[in-house]
Design a protein around this ligand. Structure first.
Ligand code: BYC
Length: 339
């Protein structure tokens, strides 16, 4: 996967811009103004927003895969309908975000090709396996919970098309989260075996969910362009702390235990011990054991348990869809490939 610069670009990169236009842009953004695609913007801002929207779009369509695998195995008709609708929603979010990205200057075909060749990234969490129904409950509770928390802050950003898309997506994510909460509650009110299934899944997803908000903050993160230009409106560490403050007590109330874990190469838990650091301070902030950041970087660079599997499926569907794209875009009458 690419190691090129992220939205955390340095302001020096904007040095070649017209100083007057840059000053007006910065004042407009600082005053809470919105930037539209045809407005003047520094090139580094356009590239940073494209990178962020594209990463987000990729995450939505790859994120649909682990849950999609469970549609045929959902434990009841009600759960199957809800899961089918959720997977459709996620793919729809991807469509909206690819449109936002296209307006920032990159073709959809190029974005799909960069995804399947590993040139661009998607969220770490979707590179882990979902071996049981408990994992689907955790994706909808913890991962969608983390996503809503993050996306509510992104909806206060400055880039109009992305902000409007976040507002729309957040409404749908709220349903996904409620569904996840209901699934976790059902499992934790069930038999001893169901509770164990839920605990095992929680152990697999707790740390990837803490990593969801990104690596620890760079020094002076709040004054760097991503936040100064309201591409992000809260730092990674602040979001992670709010996530733990919200979900650690909720997990404990449900009867779940929070463990520090080690995993094998397949992403399955090898050892677990109670998180000795876990406690709520007088200021309401929970202390917790930090994720293994080496694991995070390994996973986002392509070395996670499911990276190859996820990308192989996307490559397969890109190839299978080629004849449709050719028919629609180029008027080709070539037949689909043999099954
Ligand atoms: N996973 O300086 P940082 C969903 C990368 S989908 C992978 O903090 P930045 C759902 C980062 O790209 C919702 N990579 O970067 C869907 C950068 O790499 P480069 C997805 C990560 O850009 C289906 C490097 O680490 N949401 O909910 O300021 C089913 C340094 O990081 C991650 C979004 O995409 C990560 N977690 O901030 C169910 C939200 N974190 O550029 C659910 C939009 C960091 O050096 N994006 N990296 O190669 C964002 O909020 C921000 O872009 C990030 C990263 C917090 C992800």
């Amino acid at each position: 996967m690419s190691g090129s610069s992220n939205v955390g670009m340095h302001v020096d990169h904007a040095q070649n811009e017209d100083p007057q236009a840059l000053a007006e842009f910065e004042a407009h953004v600082a005053a809470g103004g919105i930037i539209e695609p045809d407005d003047w913007m520094p090139e580094v801002y356009r590239k940073g927003m494209l990178r962020m929207a594209e990463h987000h779009a990729n995450s939505e369509i790859i994120g649909a895969l682990p849950e999609g695998e469970w549609i045929t195995r959902a434990p009841s008709l009600r759960r199957k309908l809800a899961l089918t609708a959720k997977v459709q929603d996620e793919v729809g979010h991807g469509q909206m975000l690819y449109r936002v990205s296209q307006d920032l200057g990159k073709s959809r075909d190029q974005m799909l090709r960069d995804l399947i060749t590993g040139k661009t990234k998607y969220h770490n969490v979707f590179n882990y396996p979902a071996p049981t129904w408990g994992d689907i409950a955790m994706i909808q509770w913890l991962v969608d919970g983390a996503a809503i928390m993050n996306q509510k802050t992104l909806a206060d950003g400055a880039y109009g098309p992305y902000v409007r898309t976040m507002r729309r997506i957040n409404m749908e994510e709220a349903f996904h989260f409620k569904s996840g909460e209901d699934m976790v509650l059902t499992l934790m009110s069930g038999t001893k075996r169901q509770k164990q299934l839920c605990q095992d899944a929680f152990d697999r997803w707790w740390y990837p969910s803490l990593m969801f908000h990104g690596p620890p903050d760079k020094p002076n993160a709040e004054s760097l362009p991503p936040m100064r230009w309201r591409m992000k409106t809260e730092t990674n560490d602040s979001l992670r702390q709010r996530f733990v403050n919200r979900f650690a007590p909720a997990a404990l109330d449900l009867g779940l235990k929070i463990h520090v874990v080690t995993k094998n190469d397949d992403g399955l838990v090898l050892t677990k011990t109670p998180d000795e650091k876990l406690r709520c301070n007088d200021d309401g902030n929970w202390e917790f054991t930090e994720p293994d950041w080496e694991e995070f970087y390994r996973v986002i660079r392509g070395g996670g348990p499911c990276n190859q599997k996820r990308l192989a499926l996307r490559r397969f569907s890109y190839e299978q869809g080629r004849w449709v794209r050719n028919a629609v875009l180029k008027g080709s009458t070539a037949l689909p490939p043999a099954a």
